[in-house]
Every structure is written in structure tokens, then in C-alpha cells.
Design a protein around this ligand. Structure first.
Ligand code: HEC
Ligand code: HEC
Length: 332
């Protein structure tokens, strides 16, 4: 016994003495049970690029009055969403929509609640110069980064070139690509651990995929069909979503089907934060929503019993990936 402990101690010392080979640090970009995604970023996503991107993500000098960073509105504990209805930008200026979770972005085809943006790079540039977010000009951003004590050297090391708008964005995107949620109880279940879900969660899964019609829109690895639907939130939408972009009246009140991973921690819900609990969301679908000429016919009265509603709720909770919400490599 004593001998064993000694041996163990020795091996720990040896292991600690082994120099860490930086070239062996890897960045997880492809969980085994996710569809293979091709990433063709302009720079290879190395651990150093990701570290730089993380630093920029939490960098206040990227906002005009140096008061907020991306991380102010996208918080890890809420799967990089915000628990505030509308997140204030600089000087407390308000936008109109709830900040989304940032997770598994490499598997999304469009971005923003109305899908107006097709590239993760453009979407990362947008908050910087939006007046109700960070309100920065790109020239001012480059100037501040260049005058900073650490960034010129860091950029040179990572990119082998001076700071530019392009490489700043690629660093931010590289970090965001590592925000992969793939270890929820639901993932354990689909990868073969049949005991990962409770009986109630299993019944909820059947409802989700069956009677409650949820999976007709919330489908795939991110629970999104990457399409746009009006789910009858209002008879008159103050924010017409997709129509603001396409000008097509058939798109009135249509929003992109959101990712449901970690949904139990991303309240408030919907583009306008109109629901504050998953119980309210389930009640909305159960009743079938408000009348609207563009409402999707799948949003209809479901007649779920009290038990069915709680099974569905418990299933949604099985999408919470606590390792994602607490992973220290995503923290500032
Ligand atoms: C003031 C709050 C705020 C700040 C600061 C902010 N965001 Fe956002 N972010 C939002 C809101 C709100 C949305 C949803 C916008 C919409 O759908 O119209 C969003 C959406 C996004 C999306 C799209 C996610 C998806 O699935 O479609 C990405 C990516 C993103 N933000 C990245 C960033 C980055 C990178 C920064 C820093 C450079 C940043 N955000 C700063 C509030 C903010
Ligand atoms: C017709 C397609 C469709 C069906 C069916 C559907 N959803 Fe949705 N769901 C959406 C869309 C689109 C949104 C976003 C609406 C918005 O932001 O205005 C959404 C939003 C949500 C949200 C809020 C997520 C967030 O981050 O704000 C939850 C939770 C949700 N749905 C769960 C369900 C459940 C549970 C079911 C089955 C009872 C279901 N959905 C059925 C399309 C659908």
C-alpha cells in the first residue's frame, strides 16, 4: 500500500516534469457524433489564435466608451446568451432583440434571428459598429489595438502580420468556433448511454419527436431546421422579422428556428423575450398561439396533459451541457 502510494507520487512528479509540447495542444472543432463540417477560414485555427480571439471577445476597448465587450451580452453561464430581455449597448442604448446563445456556430448556415447574415465573419463585425451595441468605427478599433501594450506583438505571433480588421475578425470567429456544446445528457443518450435520460425525459423526447410536433422544426444537431417560421406570437408583430429583410409579406413575423441546446439556461425566450420560463413556452405551443395569417399550421392546439407538459419540460432540460457552461477555457 505504502509502496503503491510512493510509486503514484513518483509518476506524478515525472509527469509534471515532462515539458508541455505546445504543438500538441489541440482545438476541438469536430465532435464525433456531429455531422462533419468543413471550415475554410483564412487562417488555421490554432490554440494561439483561439486565445487571442478569447481575449478580444472579453475586451472592453472594442466598445466606444470602453464599457462593454462581446462577453457583456454573451455570457458563458447562459450558454453565451443574455438573461436580460434586451441587452444594453454603450451608454445604455437599447436594440430590439434578445441576445442569442453562441454555440455550435460552425453548424449554422445563417445568423441573427431573421437569418439576414450568412457569414459568421460578417456577423462578428456587426456589433462593433452598431450604435446600440459597441458603436465603434473600424479605424478607431485598429488604432486602439495598435496602441495597446500587448496586441501588436500577439497579432504578429499568431498571424505573422500586423493587426487588421480581417485578422481581428478571424480571431473572434476562431474562438467562437470552439464554443461547442456536445456533452449534455441528451448527447450521452444518442451516443449509446441508454441510462442518460430519465423515464420522464424519454417520454418527453417521444412527445418532442411525435405528438407535440416540435422536431418538425427543431431538428438536427442544433435542433434547428435553419428555416423561418411564424409561430403565432402576436396577431400584429411589432418586429416583422424576416420580412424586414426580404420585403415579402409572406415572411411577416417569421424568425429563424433557434438552437435549443442549453435552452433551460437561456431565458428569456423568443426574439422579443416575451416568455420568461420554459413552462410559458410550452403553454404557448400547447394553446396554439395567436391568430396570424402567416402562422405555421403546425403551431396548433396540442391538448397535452399536465404530465405530458412536464415530460416535455424535463426533456428540454436534458439539453443542458454543464461542462460547456463551466468550461474554464471559455472564461475570460
Ligand atoms: C449590446 C449587446 C451585444 C454585444 C456587445 C454583442 N452582441 Fe452579439 N448579439 C446581440 C444580439 C441582441 C444578437 C441578436 C441580433 C438579432 O438577431 O437581430 C446577437 C447575435 C450575435 C451572433 C449571431 C448568433 C446566431 O446564432 O445567429 C453572433 C455570432 C454574435 N452576436 C457575436 C458577437 C460578437 C463577436 C460580439 C463582439 C464583437 C458581440 N456579439 C457583441 C447582442 C450583443
Ligand atoms: C413551425 C416550426 C416550429 C415548431 C413546430 C416548434 N417551434 Fe419552437 N420555435 C420556432 C421558431 C421560429 C422560434 C423562434 C421564434 C421567435 O424568436 O420569434 C421558436 C422558439 C422556441 C423556443 C425559444 C428558444 C429561444 O432561445 O428563444 C423554444 C424553447 C421552443 N421553440 C421550443 C419548442 C417546442 C418544445 C416545440 C414543440 C412543442 C416547438 N418549439 C415547436 C419554430 C418552431
Amino acid at each position: 500500500m505504502h509502496f503503491g502510494v510512493k510509486l503514484l507520487g513518483l509518476s506524478i512528479v515525472l509527469w509534471q516534469c515532462t515539458p508541455i509540447d505546445n504543438t500538441e495542444r489541440t482545438v476541438l472543432l469536430q465532435p464525433e457524433h456531429f455531422p462533419v463540417v468543413e471550415i475554410n477560414d483564412a487562417y488555421p485555427i490554432t490554440p494561439d489564435l483561439v486565445d487571442l480571439g478569447k481575449r478580444l471577445f472579453f475586451e472592453n476597448i472594442l466598445s466606444s466608451d470602453s464599457s462593454i465587450s462581446c462577453g457583456t451580452c454573451h455570457k458563458q453561464e447562459f450558454a453565451f446568451a443574455d438573461n436580460r430581455n434586451i441587452s444594453p449597448g454603450v451608454h445604455g442604448n437599447l436594440g430590439t432583440r434578445n441576445a442569442q446563445a453562441l454555440q455550435n456556430l460552425s453548424w449554422a448556415k445563417t445568423f441573427f434571428r431573421d437569418g439576414t447574415i450568412k457569414s459568421l465573419h460578417l456577423v462578428s463585425l456587426a456589433p462593433l459598429d452598431t450604435d446600440f451595441e459597441m458603436n465603434m468605427t473600424h479605424l478607431e478599433m485598429l488604432d486602439r489595438l495598435n496602441k495597446h501594450e500587448a496586441y501588436p506583438k500577439l497579432f504578429q505571433e499568431v498571424f505573422n502580420e500586423p493587426i487588421s480588421e480581417k485578422n481581428t475578425v478571424y480571431a473572434l470567429v476562431g474562438f467562437m468556433r470552439t464554443l461547442i456544446s456536445h456533452q449534455s445528457p441528451y448527447d450521452a443518450f444518442v451516443t449509446g448511454d441508454s441510462s442518460a435520460l430519465s423515464d420522464s425525459q424519454l417520454r418527453g423526447l417521444s412527445l418532442f419527436n411525435g405528438k407535440a410536433l416540435c422536431s418538425t422544426c427543431h431538428v438536427g444537431i442544433n435542433f434547428s431546421d435553419e428555416s423561418y417560421h411564424n409561430i403565432g406570437l402576436h396577431e400584429m408583430y411589432p418586429d416583422n422579422g424576416r420580412q424586414r429583410f426580404t420585403f415579402d409579406p409572406n415572411d411577416a413575423g417569421k424568425f429563424k428556428t433557434p438552437n435549443l441546446r442549453n435552452v433551460a439556461v437561456t431565458a428569456p425566450y423568443m426574439h422579443n423575450s416575451q416568455f420568461h420560463s420554459l413552462e410559458e413556452v410550452i403553454e404557448h405551443y400547447n394553446k396554439g398561439g395567436e391568430n396570424h395569417p402567416m402562422k405555421d399550421p403546425r403551431v396548433q392546439s396540442l391538448n397535452l396533459s399536465q404530465n405530458e407538459k412536464s415530460d416535455l419540460l424535463n426533456f428540454l432540460k436534458s439539453l443542458t451541457d454543464s461542462s460547456f457552461l463551466t468550461n474554464p477555457s471559455f472564461a475570460p
